[in-house]
Design a protein around this ligand. Structure first.
Ligand code: PLP
Length: 410
């Protein structure tokens, strides 16, 4: 096995231990990080971050307290104290992503963020939208529906899973752009294959080919897992859900829109805090989030989650998450099992998928849970998406269970 337990521990041993049940070990200089633990027990270990992550118990508690505060007192000062979490969350998340708070909308999830771009994009006859065919429906079919309504056309293109180099991938993206292309929209890490796109290189090359193309990146599988600097990546918009790798509250998400593009995108929903004329729009990307009364407790808890990421640092989270995933990938490779996700380090990610027939994939997930006490998913095969709360032991239990039940993969 490539990532020996010794190496695994080397990375995490300098660390404060964010313990709890998951025995999470995070490299961090901050002792305060150890206050954050997860509540799951060793018989119910999540390894399905691509779908849903647990929140650290401190965040669950904070969210409950914010909600209780509102129920105890709906006085102006009580509401303002909880609502203040929204701007705090915006500032913190913007800082983590290397953008300005005015470029960030706090929305409900990635599906909504993607659809704000899809429905807000001024498209018409002659405009072309280019899509990676591995996009999620909210960033694929949503465009089909929109062009049938307003005009324009959609073209999908593929990237072969056995593609050899970053240059080849970049070339496939750039070659799909024509003089009519108005939008290129793709997923940072595919939920279907776990393929990690070289996002910065793709964006730079597309902009070089045609500077006015709007590039939208779906970050559902990267925000919270990967150290992302949107200031350096030349995309125009980016979406994410807090309940996935960010380990935050459910039904809270983000939409980043580059400052120079905000005026060009129509808002889908217009309400308070818009003013009494269309000229009185909320500042910056806030114009995309005026959805009426929101779950302010969840949004305030988003701010606490962002603080946790600041404390641990996105770099350490990425390092730890990648290390756990590498141990899993290499352990499964050692068994000679058939992969759907790439094993090429240039494109691999923490979303690891083994081929499994549709009729037995669900049974495999149940067997892994029964044998190892670890929850995986039957999405596109046997999908395992470990995160920082997963330990070497969780990984080894999954590998042993898959080995034992490997007949279900063929
Ligand atoms: C790449 C991608 N985009 C969008 C979504 C939708 O996320 P949500 O259900 O949080 O809106 C998902 C969900 O798995 C996803 O994997």
């Amino acid at each position: 096995m490539g990532v020996a337990r010794r190496d695994f521990l080397k990375v995490v041993s300098s660390a404060s231990v964010i313990g709890g049940l998951g025995a999470i070990s995070i490299k961090t200089d901050s002792a305060s990080a150890s206050a954050h633990v997860f509540g799951f027990d060793e018989n119910h270990v999540p390894m399905n971050a691509a779908n849903l992550c647990p929140m650290p118990t401190s965040i669950t508690k904070a969210q409950k307290e914010y909600a209780a505060q509102l129920d105890l007192s709906l006085s102006t000062s009580s509401r303002r104290a909880v609502e203040a979490g929204k701007e705090k969350a915006r500032r913190r998340i913007a800082g983590l992503l290397g953008v300005s708070g005015d470029e960030l909308a706090i929305v409900r999830n990635t599906s909504e963020a993607n659809n704000i771009i899809v429905q807000g994009m001024p498209l018409g006859e002659g405009d072309e939208v280019i899509l990676w065919d591995q996009n999620h429906p909210s960033n694929l079919v949503a465009w089909d529906v929109q062009v049938s309504r307003v005009g324009g056309s959609v073209r999908r293109f593929s990237v072969p899973t056995n593609v050899g180099s970053v240059d080849e991938v970049v070339d496939l993206f750039v070659r799909s752009v024509t003089d009519s292309t108005k939008v290129v929209s793709f997923t940072h890490i595919s939920n279907i294959t776990g393929f990690q796109t070289p996002v910065a290189e793709i964006c730079a090359a597309i902009k070089k080919r045609k500077d006015d193309v709007h590039i939208h990146v779906d970050g559902a599988q990267t925000w919270g897992a990967v150290d992302i600097d949107l200031g350096a990546i030349r995309c125009d918009s980016f979406s994410g859900s807090a309940h996935k790798w960010f380990m935050g509250p459910r039904e809270v998400g983000i939409l980043y829109v580059r400052d120079t593009r905000i005026d060009d995108i129509w808002p889908n929903i217009v309400g308070v805090p818009w003013g009494s004329t269309s000229a009185d729009s909320p500042k910056g990307a806030r114009k995309f989030e005026s959805m009426g009364q929101r779950d302010d407790a969840a949004i305030a808890a988003l701010s606490d989650t962002a603080l946790l990421h600041e404390t641990i640092t996105p770099e350490s989270i990425e390092q730890q998450s990648a290390l756990v995933a590498r141990r899993l990938r290499e352990g499964l490779q050692d068994l000679g099992l058939p992969f759907i996700s790439s094993t090429n380090p240039a494109f691999s990610s923490s979303v690891i998928i083994l081929q499994a027939p549709r009729k037995t994939a669900g049974q495999m997930v149940r067997e892994v849970f029964h044998e190892a006490g670890v929850q995986t998913a039957a999405t596109g095969g046997l999908r395992m998406s470990p995160h920082i709360y997963n330990t070497a032991d969780h990984v080894d239990r999954v590998i042993a269970a898959v080995h034992k039940k490997r007949a279900l993969l063929s």
